[in-house]
Design a protein around this ligand. Structure first.
Ligand code: PBG
Length: 326
């Protein structure tokens, strides 16, 4: 056999990095943080090793820890002191996210992104205002249009507190347009929107719902989040968000949806974000704890795959762990 083409020539140390097609960079990573108005001490999150809920007073320290690793961007999630039917603490000027963002932006140079959703703030745990008989009829849950105004108010309150970017995650039809209009009218035309454009109804959010206390009290989110069976529909969802003014397009979860990341990358010019969600994080940790996987190697390979699929930025709980490795 005459072997002239030997790809192995380029796999040796020395040449290997010169020909590598994809690289991870700490500057492409966004670290989520959980700020909890119900505690004055840091509380570990059991299903997400190394992640904690921090009190409002501890938000700045938490962000500084992240920045020390080289990661410059954070995504803020809030656990409010109280919840109600409409989620009113989501847009309160003295709400947990608003207070945390005010301190973080005053005292650090981090780039601050906020999650815009109502599920952590509503007593029923759904991402918007409920239909009157939602509890008895499982085909009814969140009313779309009356939720839009609340999301816009929430986003505006985040921007007013100093958020650099807002990230709506409720899968309400028209949310990006409503938020863009709200921000522009309130004088925040320069605040970009990172839309959770293709967000699937996924089993991989389990640990997050413990972390942020946002599990639906009844039913599920299948009437507003996407069916995992659908890929083409993601392009339609993303197209609608682009028409409404989305600046960055997110796919969530990441690992099981890399085909969707690739399809969006190929069809749109906008930056694409992948959200490496809580369940993806917890799986790797659980296997590593048993000695079945090398934690950092498995996490690194996962994030590299997201990049290879076309993600520009990655929201990940591994941000700090991997920052000095990339
Ligand atoms: C809020 C929101 C969720 C996540 C991010 N924003 C929960 C959900 O939709 O159920 C999940 C993040 C994760 O699992 O890491 N809507």
């Amino acid at each position: 056999m005459d072997l002239t083409d030997r790809p192995r020539r380029l796999r040796r140390d020395g040449i290997r990095p010169l020909v590598s097609e994809t690289r991870l960079d700490a500057r492409d990573l966004v670290a989520p943080i959980f700020v909890d108005a119900t505690t004055d001490e840091r509380l570990p999150i059991e299903s997400m090793p190394n992640q904690e809920r921090v009190p409002v007073d501890g938000a700045v320290d938490r962000v500084e820890e992240i920045r020390e690793t080289g990661v410059e961007a954070v995504m803020v999630f809030g656990i409010p002191e109280s919840k109600d039917e409409r989620g009113t603490r989501a847009w309160a000027e003295d709400g947990v996210v608003q207070e945390a963002v005010r301190r973080i932006t005053a005292e650090t140079d981090a780039y601050v992104i906020t999650d815009v959703c109502l599920c952590e703030f509503t007593s029923h745990g759904h991402c918007g205002v409920l239909e009157a008989d939602a509890e008895s009829d499982p085909t009814l849950t969140v009313r779309n249009d009356p939720t839009l105004d609340l999301l816009a108010k929430t986003a505006v309150s985040h921007a007013a507190a100093g958020a650099d970017m807002v990230a709506p995650s409720s899968m309400t039809d028209g949310m990006v347009g409503a938020i863009r209009e709200g921000l522009d009218e309130a004088g925040h035309a320069s605040v970009p929107i990172m839309s959770y454009a293709a967000k699937y109804e996924s089993a991989f959010y389990g640990p997050f719902r413990d972390a942020a206390d946002g599990a639906p009290a009844f039913g599920d989110r299948r009437h507003y989040q996407m069916d995992p069976a659908n890929g083409r529909e993601a392009l339609r969802e993303v197209g609608l968000d682009v028409e409404q003014g989305a600046d960055v397009l997110m796919v969530k979860p990441a690992l099981a949806y890399l085909d969707v990341v690739r399809a969006i990358r190929d069809s749109f010019d906008h930056p694409v974000a992948a959200y490496n969600v809580s369940g993806e994080y917890a799986m790797v940790h659980a296997a590593a704890e048993k000695g079945w996987l090398d934690l950092e190697a498995a996490a690194y390979e996962s994030l590299l795959a997201m990049k290879r699929a076309g993600a520009d930025l990655i929201v990940t709980y591994f941000a700090e762990t991997l920052a000095d490795r990339v």
